[in-house]
Design a protein around this ligand. Structure first.
Ligand SMILES: *Cc1c(COP(=O)(O)O)cnc(C)c1O
Length: 360
C-alpha cells in the first residue's frame, strides 16, 4: 500500500450511544457527521505522509491558504451499505479512487495512490461502523482534497490535505422516489470542451448554483444544462447524469466528454446491456426531447447519481413552456433499474460485475 500505514487514534470523546441513536433516526442528507475522519498530508519533500484516522475536528485555516483563493479542490461521493447479515458493503470504491486520480490530474494537484484512497475510506468505515444506518439508509462518504500551501502566487500548490468524512443518510425518498421537475437552463452552462466538466471539483458546483436558484424560482426541483457550444444538446443536471427510455425499449444517455462520468451512469449502462437492452451514448437535443415526449416516442426520463440512485423526471420546464414525461409519473424502467442497482448495493442480489467490496 505505497508504504503508507494509517495511524488509528480513536476519539477520546465519541458521541454517546443514546445521542447517536437519536441522530440516526432521521439523519436527512449531509447534516449529521460521524466521530472520526481520515486524513493524509502531502508536500513536495515527503510526498504523501502522516496518514491518520482521528477525531473529526476543525482544520486550522491560514487566510492565505491556496484553496481559499484559487479553488484547487476536488471531491468524491460514495456510500457504505449495511447488509441483512450485518456486514458492510462499499460500491465500486475503486472507480471513485480512479476518478479522484483523474480529477487531481486535471486540477494540477498531487495524484493520490488509489490504494491510499480506498484504505482511507475503509478505515473510516471500520472505526465509525456504528454510524451506518440500517434499512434503506447508508453512510455517505466524502473524500476530498484541498490545496493547503500558504501562498498567494498563482501556481499549483506545493502542499495538499486529503481527508474523508462520513455522514449517515436516510433513504433519499420517503415512500418511493417522487418524480422531479427540471428547469432547462438557457442562460447558464456548466462545462465547455477543454474545461472541467468531467472533473468532480467544487468549482463546477459553485458555477451551477445560480442556475439551480433559477430552477427553484420557476418552481422546479433541479436544473438541466445544455452544451456550451450549440446550446442545444442535453448534458446533465447539476449533480446527476440523465437517461432517456424510448418506446422500442432502448435507452440513450449523453456521451462522455464535458459531462461528469458518473459511476451510477456506468453501472446502469452495464445492467441494461446485461439484460439485452440497447443503450446508446449519443447527443440528444432539447427540441428532440420535447418532440419525443409529446409524440409518445419517449416513454421515460430519469436522473442518476450516488446520492439518489435514480430519480424519475416527471416534467421538463423552460421559458417556452412545460412538457410532462410519462404523465408526470415514475416509469417501470427507471424503477426496475433502481431496484436492481440498490439490491446489488445492499447485497440482496448477485454481483456479476464484482462491484461490491466487503469491509466486514
Ligand atoms: C458526482 C456527479 C454525478 C454522479 O456521479 P456518481 O458517480 O454516479 O455519483 C453526476 N454529475 C455531476 C456533475 C457530479 O458531480
Amino acid at each position: 500500500m505505497a508504504g503508507l500505514a494509517f495511524d488509528i487514534r480513536p476519539s477520546a470523546s465519541p458521541t454517546p450511544e443514546a445521542e447517536r441513536t437519536a441522530k440516526l433516526k432521521d439523519p436527512g442528507f449531509g447534516r449529521v457527521f460521524t466521530d472520526h475522519m481520515s486524513i493524509v498530508r502531502y508536500n513536495q519533500a515527503k510526498g504523501w505522509h502522516d496518514a491518520r484516522v482521528e477525531a473529526r475536528a476543525n482544520f486550522p485555516l491560514d487566510p492565505a491558504l491556496a484553496v481559499l483563493h484559487y479553488a484547487q479542490e476536488i471531491f468524491e461521493g460514495l456510500k457504505a451499505y449495511k447488509r441483512a447479515d450485518g456486514g458492510v458493503n462499499l460500491f465500486r470504491p475503486d472507480a471513485n479512487a480512479r476518478r479522484f486520480h483523474n480529477s487531481a490530474d486535471r486540477m494540477a494537484m498531487a495524484p493520490l495512490p488509489e490504494a491510499v484512497f480506498i484504505e482511507a475510506v475503509e478505515q473510516l468505515v471500520r472505526i465509525d461502523r456504528a454510524w451506518i444506518p440500517g434499512g434503506e439508509g447508508s453512510l455517505y462518504l466524502r473524500p476530498f482534497m484541498i490545496a493547503s500551501e500558504v501562498f498567494l502566487g498563482v501556481k499549483p500548490s506545493a502542499e495538499y490535505i486529503f481527508a474523508v468524512i462520513a455522514s449517515p443518510v436516510g433513504s433519499y425518498f420517503k415512500g418511493g422516489p417522487a418524480p422531479v421537475s427540471i428547469w432547462v437552463s438557457e442562460n447558464y452552462t456548466r462545462a465547455a470542451i477543454g474545461g472541467t466538466g468531467a472533473v468532480k471539483c467544487g468549482g463546477n458546483y459553485a458555477a451551477s448554483l445560480r442556475a439551480q436558484a433559477e430552477a427553484i424560482e420557476h418552481g422546479c426541483d433541479q436544473v438541466v444544462f445544455l452544451d456550451a457550444l450549440e446550446r442545444k444538446y442535453v448534458e446533465e443536471l447539476g449533480g446527476m447524469n440523465v437517461f432517456f427510455v424510448f418506446e422500442d425499449g432502448s435507452l440513450s444517455t449523453p456521451p462522455l466528454g464535458t459531462i461528469l462520468p458518473g459511476i451510477t451512469r456506468d453501472s446502469i449502462i452495464a445492467l441494461a446491456r446485461d439484460a439485452g437492452t440497447i443503450v446508446r451514448e449519443e447527443p440528444y437535443s432539447i427540441d428532440q426531447w420535447r418532440a419525443d415526449a409529446k409524440s409518445g416516442k419517449l416513454r421515460e426520463a430519469f436522473a442518476c447519481g450516488t446520492a439518489a440512485v435514480i430519480s424519475p423526471i416527471g416534467k421538463v420546464c423552460s421559458a417556452s413552456g412545460d412538457v410532462l414525461i410519462n404523465g408526470g409519473e415514475a416509469g417501470p424502467v427507471a424503477m426496475g433499474l433502481r431496484k436492481q442497482l440498490v439490491d446489488i448495493q445492499y447485497g440482496r442480489a448477485p454481483d456479476p460485475h464484482n462491484w461490491i467490496r466487503k469491509v466486514f
